[in-house]
Design a protein around this ligand. Structure first.
Ligand SMILES: Cc1cc2nc3c(=O)[nH]c(=O)nc-3n(C[C@H](O)[C@H](O)[C@H](O)COP(=O)(O)OP(=O)(O)OC[C@H]3O[C@@H](n4cnc5c(N)ncnc54)[C@H](O)[C@@H]3O)c2cc1C
Length: 458
């Protein structure tokens, strides 16, 4: 089918002003992969960008695309870091931003129903007027529920509230052939039997397009208290976090970062005395927080922690939630973040091996961190290391991910698989997992029109 016919058909389905095909506009939708590329050629421009207003329109667009074998890439807030929005062939880009209605907020049931293009902060600000809030609290503003569910993102409060996928009660999804699957058939968070919503969580639109979601809301705690604790080393701080969880303390936020010191070569060295700071939040009734706080002080003082004081602690939280903070970004400047998840007993070993791998490759590691739970170990590699080739960066990153998988872990816990991670992710799934994932793809999207090339190796 020629481009002209595709655009003409899209114009029939939605009104003309919702279909864009100007090269200048299409270019603004291109999103490079952050960190390193995986050998993909020049970015492929979409055939057209279409902004459907309703689920019915999405259904008609997918039916048309499926009947004619035209690929479709769903686009939420456009903040993907893993290449989840890039197209391997000319595609219709389904911009979900106009599906931005909060359909309902039920305080009685603690559930909000939102269209997929609603941003996290939009629902949160509405919810807060009812003294409830959204548990997913990512660093990036402008992310949509569709995108956050499709990547199964994790935010500052994931220690207590889990990933985005843990906070949904049900989904409405449009399948590749245009069928709308809705209501009780996938309202399954409390149901025995298959949890069908989970097929669409973290799978970046390859099995269906999320058009609506029921989001669980949480009651505001009587008190949320923040702490900033400096540990003599990463090892001390990590042990502290492990013990907090072992003692049954249920923090709302765990954000533990070991940053490179301003030494001569400004890099993290295994067993160094790098500054390692834990930003921790406790919440609940004042009495419960008092009790947990006493346990925390007892534990961390045994590990040599220094209290940086309430001002520093409060400031960390405020800075990350300030509407004035400039969060405009370009994916190519974002550097590389490797967000593995491994059994806590293997974290220190992984850190040591990862630092060695990057050191041998001559790549500067900016920080190591634990975000949310002791399992969640991340490494930050800054952009702009001009002497480092993309290939070296990819090889080192994939070597770390291979170790994580061999330890029984996962290659990525937040940013999605996209195209950048589909090779290490295939290793994580193994032959059996890949067989299930591909069989599902063949059954649900036999013409392979939905986000081709993402997550699963072709
Ligand atoms: C500076 C920075 C900080 C970040 N911090 C965090 C963080 O703290 N936590 C975190 O989890 N992530 C973080 N990210 C990554 C990114 O914000 C998340 O992946 C986010 O969830 C993507 O949401 P989005 O709406 O922008 O989706 P997009 O980027 O538009 O899409 C992401 C993927 O989901 C698919 N998709 C989008 N909408 C739908 C839909 N309706 N149905 C089916 N598939 C869909 C897309 O095709 C794509 O594959 C950060 C990114 C940046 C640049």
């Amino acid at each position: 089918m020629v481009v002209k016919e595709i655009i003409s058909e899209l114009n029939q389905i939605v009104s003309r002003e919702r279909v864009m095909s100007d090269r200048a506009i299409l270019t603004t939708y291109l999103r490079p992969t952050s960190g390193y590329t995986t050998g993909e050629s020049e970015p492929v421009l979409p055939i057209a960008v279409v902004r459907p207003p309703t689920t019915d329109h999405v259904s008609q667009i997918l039916k048309f695309a499926n009947d004619n074998g035209v690929p479709v890439v769903s686009f939420g807030g456009g903040t993907s870091l893993s290449g989840g929005l890039s197209a391997s062939k000319p595609s219709i880009l389904l911009d979900m931003s106009q599906m931005n209605n909060i359909v309902s907020v039920s305080l009685e049931n603690s559930i909000a129903t939102v269209q997929a293009g609603v941003t996290i902060e939009t629902l949160d600000s509405v919810a807060q007027t009812g003294k409830v809030f959204v548990g997913h609290d990512p660093e990036m503003v402008g992310t949509t529920f569709g995108g956050a569910i499709a990547t199964n993102g994790r935010g500052y409060l994931s220690a207590k509230y889990g990933s985005m996928g843990d906070q949904i009660h049900g989904l409405e999804v449009v399948m590749a052939n245009g069928d709308i699957v809705t209501g009780s058939s996938i309202k399954d968070s409390y149901s025995s039997g298959l949890n069908l919503s989970n097929i669409f969580v973290g799978t970046e639109g390859i099995y269906g397009v999320i058009t609506q979601a029921q989001i669980v809301l949480f009651p505001e705690a009587e008190e949320r208290r923040h702490y900033a604790l400096e540990f003599p080393s990463f090892q001390h701080g990590f042990l502290g976090i492990q013990r907090l969880f072992a003692e049954g303390i249920n923090p709302a936020m765990v954000n533990f970062v070991e940053a490179a010191q301003d030494s001569e070569d400004n890099k993290i060295v295994v067993d160094s005395m790098s500054k390692a700071v834990l930003h921790l939040s406790l919440e609940g009734s004042s009495l419960a927080v008092d009790e947990e706080e006493a346990k925390v002080w007892d534990l961390v003082s045994q590990l040599g922690a220094r209290d940086l004081g309430p001002t520093e602690a409060q400031q960390f939280w405020l800075n990350r939630h300030s509407p004035n903070e400039d969060r405009s970004f370009s994916q190519s400047d974002a550097g590389l973040k490797i967000n593995t998840a491994v059994p806590p007993s293997r974290v220190l070993e992984l850190r040591q091996q990862a630092i060695n791998i990057f050191d041998i490759a001559g790549i500067h590691v900016e920080n190591c961190s634990i975000l949310g739970r002791p399992e969640m170990f991340s490494l930050g590699i800054p952009s702009g290391q001009t002497e480092v080739s993309q290939e070296n960066l990819r090889e080192a990153a994939e070597a770390v991910m291979t170790i994580a998988v061999d330890m029984g872990g996962a290659v990525e816990h937040s940013y999605g698989i996209g195209v950048r991670l589909n090779r290490p992710y295939a290793n994580q799934l193994g032959d059996g997992g890949l067989h299930i994932a591909r069989s599902l793809k063949e059954a649900l999207d036999p013409n392979g029109i939905l986000n081709p090339g993402k997550i699963l190796l072709d």
